[in-house]
Structures are given as structure tokens and as C-alpha cells.
Write a protein that binds this ligand. Structure first.
Ligand SMILES: *[C@@H]1O[C@H](CO)[C@@H](O)[C@H](O)[C@H]1NC(C)=O
Ligand SMILES: *[C@@H]1O[C@H](CO)[C@@H](O)[C@H](O)[C@H]1NC(C)=O
Length: 217
């Protein structure tokens, strides 16, 4: 019972380990902080700032950003986060805009937002007299991006390798487990036998002590 339980759990954990490289990352971009310098408004009214990427339906309004020259920082968990999701190796044309009721929206800046631009998961964008913002994407880090790229490029070969190594290790492990189980069984049997024989010996000793000769006649 016990060895087979260990055997199954070992195989199961190995299976989990082997299936890990199959997961891929999601490049979610959140806003870390923003400070706007120019409200683009003729009247001193509250600006309505939003983030938008071309080809996307959603405009992300930044409800808290109401004053210029104030640094707004975010946790990344706000109701309107994340801003967008980036493809693995492609940029998106995104921008920060100011919503206008009377005329067409003003543009703070519009640029190509690329996964490769994120350094240690951070991307600073400072446009003079417009804004200074920090965008976060923990899965977009340059190193992660690189390893991801190589992973996709060498995907087939690598996966094949991993499968071969994993099955090899599983086989060895399985053989080892079976051998260990056999050994354990044999040892148990030997022990039982030894105990049995010892019982016999003790029986003999008892007879000797009582002075009873073995019945030879
Ligand atoms: C990073 O990728 C993992 C999947 O590998 C995903 O679960 C996680 O939410 C992603 N994190 C961010 C911040 O995009
Ligand atoms: C922009 O914001 C970042 C992070 O808040 C800060 O480190 C940097 O000094 C700011 N740059 C300017 C020019 O304000």
C-alpha cells in the first residue's frame, strides 16, 4: 500500500513538472502613475482623461485624474485596470487623450506601446508639457520577452526534448520504485521467515531447559 502510494504521487508530481513549460504568459498593461501638465481646456474645468488603443472598443477613463501637476499613483487593482493586453511580439498603437464635449478629443500623446519597451516590467513615458506616466507589465520584461521569443522559436524542438527527458526520468523513477518495492517485499518476507525460525529455536531452547531430550529413540 505505502510504496504504491509514494509511487503514484511521485509520478503525478513529475507529470505536473513536465507540463509546466506549456503555460504562457499574459501581457496585461496597468497604469502605475500619471501626472498631467496640460489640461487642454480653455476654461478651468476638470479634465476628463482616458487611455485608448486603436482597434479596441474600450476607452479607459481615469476617474481620479482631475488636476494638473499632481502625481497620481495606482495599485494596479483599480476597477478600471488593466488598461490593455499586449500581444506577445507585437505593438499596439495607444494614446492618452482628453475627452471634450464641444470639440473633438485632444491628444496628450499617441505612440506604439510595445512589450519590448518594458524594462523590469516598467515603462516610463514623459512628454514635455503633456504628461509623465508609468506603465506596468510584469510579464513584458525584456528578459521574459527574450526567453519567450526563443521559447516560441525553439518551441517544437524544446518541447520534444522535454517530453523525451521527462518520459526517460519517469521510466527510471518507475523502475527504481518497482525495485525498491520488490526489495521491501523480499526483506519483509526474510524478516518474517527469520522470526518464524527464531520461534522454532526458542521452542528448542525451551525443550533443552526442561531437560527433555529431543525424541530420537
Ligand atoms: C502573467 O502571466 C501569467 C500566466 O503565465 C498570468 O497568470 C498573470 O496574470 C500574468 N500577469 C500579468 C500582470 O500580466
Ligand atoms: C516621471 O515620473 C517618474 C515616476 O514617478 C519619476 O521618477 C520621474 O522623475 C518623472 N519625470 C519627470 C520629468 O517629471
Amino acid at each position: 500500500m505505502l510504496p504504491s502510494g509514494i509511487f503514484t504521487s511521485a509520478l503525478f508530481s513529475l507529470f505536473l513538472l513536465c507540463s509546466l513549460p506549456g503555460t504562457y504568459s499574459v501581457n496585461l498593461v496597468t497604469l502605475g502613475s500619471i501626472e498631467i501638465f496640460n489640461a487642454h481646456e480653455w476654461f478651468p474645468s476638470k479634465p476628463t482623461v482616458y487611455f485608448h488603443c486603436q482597434g479596441e472598443e474600450r476607452k479607459t477613463f481615469l476617474p481620479d485624474v482631475e488636476k494638473t501637476h499632481i502625481l497620481y499613483t495606482f495599485k494596479g487593482e483599480e476597477s478600471w485596470q488593466p488598461l490593455t493586453e499586449l500581444p506577445e511580439e507585437k505593438c499596439k498603437r495607444c494614446g492618452v487623450y482628453e475627452h471634450d464635449v464641444f470639440k473633438s478629443d485632444d491628444t496628450f500623446d499617441e505612440w506604439e506601446l510595445c512589450p519590448a519597451d518594458f524594462l523590469d516590467g516598467k515603462y516610463f513615458r514623459f512628454i514635455e508639457n503633456e504628461f509623465n506616466a508609468t506603465f506596468l507589465c510584469s510579464n513584458c520584461t525584456a528578459s521574459a520577452e527574450q526567453s519567450q521569443n526563443t521559447a516560441t522559436r525553439h518551441d517544437k524542438g524544446k518541447v520534444g526534448y522535454i517530453i523525451i527527458i521527462c518520459s526517460f526520468v519517469s521510466l527510471i523513477l518507475a523502475a527504481g520504485m518497482v525495485a525498491a518495492y520488490r526489495f521491501w517485499q523480499k526483506r519483509k518476507r526474510d524478516q518474517d521467515q527469520a522470526r518464524f525460525l527464531k520461534l522454532f529455536d526458542e521452542g528448542d531452547d525451551l525443550e533443552d531447559e526442561l531437560g527433555l531430550d529431543p525424541v530420537v529413540l
